[in-house]
Design a protein around this ligand. Structure first.
Ligand code: F6P
Length: 574
């Protein structure tokens, strides 16, 4: 029922279903751009342009153009982006947009929205945008409108949520479900946990929501130590339903439940699944009536707005969930139609390219000034680094430029008292995205003004710094001036919205999804596969057999791995 309409049907694993052969259709979609990136006129012009502006300081740029902070901003879908504190001129933006055009970004965007198999190494369409398309619209792929299917699943999720929250869905012993535990990993965990945390203020407070992802037993043990199986529902989220960590945790959960309830019929009241793999769900023992499906054209890291968001829907209710989808859709439409110089995700993506490939910055710090977004940097790590951490182009040629930046971050103001020192005075340039809201969800005295004052102050300090002369003028002795001065000229973006709502969260996630897309299109890579996770998985499969073998197996790894395994097995006995 949930298998794909595309050739190859749902994969056994996201990255294992297809060989490398490309159909002519996929290879033509993949090879939109043939000229090597570094030979494109705009790339070369940007390299030259960098030489002319490399010594320009943001102090100068702002002094020369008093309107800069108003001009270099863009607003759409309730999100305001101030990119004026980047080391750019109007010419930089012009050339970056020229680069986007030379790389056929417009064509690539259209190809994604219209369901072309732009994930060429897996021969899949990339249609997470269809997940948030309103009922009234159509997304026709291969002659079939997929929107009704999407809404049918959303309706089933809503019906289930209503049953659960009204108490009509009960545990096996007739008790009300009070605890929801999402079991999943990667996109089947990071999206749900991030969205739950972000929208906690909108959530049911008489239910607990927990997330088990790590195969480390501690995760499961701590999530279940103070709750009753009779009142607990597990949502097993796995696109493939073959992921080792998720299946290990799901089996442990099953045992934990049955140790108390002693009847396998209890499983159907305490387990639901979200997957594309009905066969594996059924063989685990979950009733297919309690499975919520999605499609192989939804990548794991792009799946929070599919049934993978079931825990979010239960927490915030179907109406808020649909509002979140409306936020996603608003940003999708903006991305699809706005001219590049007014296009938030395109500009954010192009600025990331500028900072990465021309200013040689290796990382981006994502700094949400909102405690509810505490998992947002972790979510963006997978979104960005699993998507764009690639070293070959769509044609399999080794790139001669950097691809994905390293994404990291923590909510403000906590980060200010740990790693901001390095951002201000370290030797590495670190562009930062600051995210803040004008209205707080936690009005307590002047906390919110304090929080936002810090956000604004940080972007100001990073841009303008404090010269030795300014420090000296404050009476600081000469020897201390170098330690107390700040070079400034650190690039930052500030993303401001009125309030953190389900709608805004949707727009914010879609903003970053499409920024990642923009970067991948410029680099001419496949942003939607993840072959890089496969080797470690395969080696772990081999080692687990060695660790679990009752007789001592001859180890044939390298001398380091062999010694580590021997040491582990000896000490494990003790
Ligand atoms: O190993 C990486 C990955 O495939 C991610 O892309 C994905 O989000 C995660 O594993 C979980 O996969 P699944 O939902 O199939 O369990």
């Amino acid at each position: 029922m949930y298998s794909s309409r595309r050739p190859g049907k749902a994969a056994k694993h996201e990255g294992t279903a297809y060989g490398s052969a490309m159909s002519s259709e996929s290879s033509s979609a993949a090879s939109v751009s043939v000229q090597p990136l570094t030979e494109r006129p705009a790339w070369k012009a940007l390299k030259q342009h960098y030489q002319t502006i490399r010594n320009l300081h943001l102090r100068q740029l702002f002094a020369d153009d008093p309107q800069r902070g108003e001009r270099l901003t863009v607003e759409a879908a309730d999100i305001y982006l101030d990119y004026s504190k980047n080391r750019i001129t109007d010419e930089t933006i012009r050339l970056l947009i020229q680069l986007a055009e030379e790389c056929n970004l417009r064509k690539r965007i259209d190809a994604m929205f219209s369901g072309d198999r732009i994930n060429s190494t897996e021969q899949r369409s990339v249609l997470h945008t269809a997940l948030r398309t309103p009922k009234s619209k159509q997304v026709v792929v291969d002659g079939i409108d997929i929107v009704p299917e999407v809404h049918a699943v959303l309706d089933r999720m809503a019906a289930f949520t209503n049953q659960l929250c009204s108490g009509r869905w009960q545990g096996y012993t007739g008790k009300r479900i009070r605890n929801i535990i999402n079991i999943g990993i990667g996109g089947s965990d990071l999206g749900p946990v991030m969205a739950y945390e972000a929208l906690r203020d909108y959530s049911l407070r008489d239910m607990s929501f927990r997330f088990v992802s790590n195969v480390d037993g501690t995760d499961f043990k701590e999530a279940t130590r103070d709750i009753s199986p009779e009142e607990t529902l597990f949502i097993v989220c796995s696109k493939t339903f073959t992921t080792t960590e998720t299946l290990a945790n799901a089996h442990t959960a099953r045992k934990w439940l049955l140790d108390t309830l002693n009847d396998t019929r209890a499983v159907r009241r305490h387990f639901v699944a979200v997957s594309t793999n009905a066969e594996a769900v059924s063989s685990f023992g979950i009733d297919l009536a309690n499975m919520f499906g999605f499609w192989d054209w939804v990548g794991g890291r792009y799946s929070i707005d599919s049934a993978i968001g079931l825990s979010t829907m239960i927490a915030i209710g179907p109406e808020n969930f649909r509002t979140m989808l409306a936020g996603f859709h608003a940003m999708d439409q903006h991305f699809h139609t706005a001219p590049f110089d007014k296009n938030l995700p395109v500009l954010l993506g192009l600025l990331a390219i500028w900072n990465n490939n021309f200013l040689d910055c290796q990382t981006i710090a994502v700094l949400p000034y909102d405690q509810y977004l505490n998992r947002f940097p972790a979510y963006l790590q997978q979104l960005t680094m699993e998507s764009n951490g690639k070293q070959v182009t769509l044609d399999g040629v080794r790139v001669n430029y950097q691809t994905s930046p390293i994404i990291w971050g923590e909510p403000g103001t906590n980060g200010q008292h740990s790693f901001y020192q390095l951002i201000h005075q370290g030797t590495r340039p670190i562009p930062c995205d600051f995210i803040g809201f004008c209205q707080t969800l936690s009005p307590l005295g002047n906390h919110h003004d304090l929080l936002m004052a810090n956000l604004f102050a940080q972007t100001e300090a990073l841009a303008f710094g404090k010269t030795k002369e300014e420090v000296k003028a404050e009476g600081i002795p000469d020897w201390l001036c170098p330690h107390r001065s700040f070079e400034g000229n650190h690039p930052t973006n500030t993303i401001l919205a009125k309030r953190l709502t389900p709608y805004t969260l949707g727009t914010l996630i879609a903003l970053y999804e499409h920024s990642v897309f923009t970067q991948g299109a410029i680099w001419n890579i496949d942003s939607f596969d993840q072959w890089g996770v496969e080797l470690g998985k395969a080696l772990a499969q081999r080692i687990i057999q060695e660790l679990e073998s009752t007789s001592e197996l001859p180890l044939t790894h390298d001398s380091s791995t062999n010694t580590l395994i021997r040491r582990y097995t000896q000490l494990r006995k003790a």
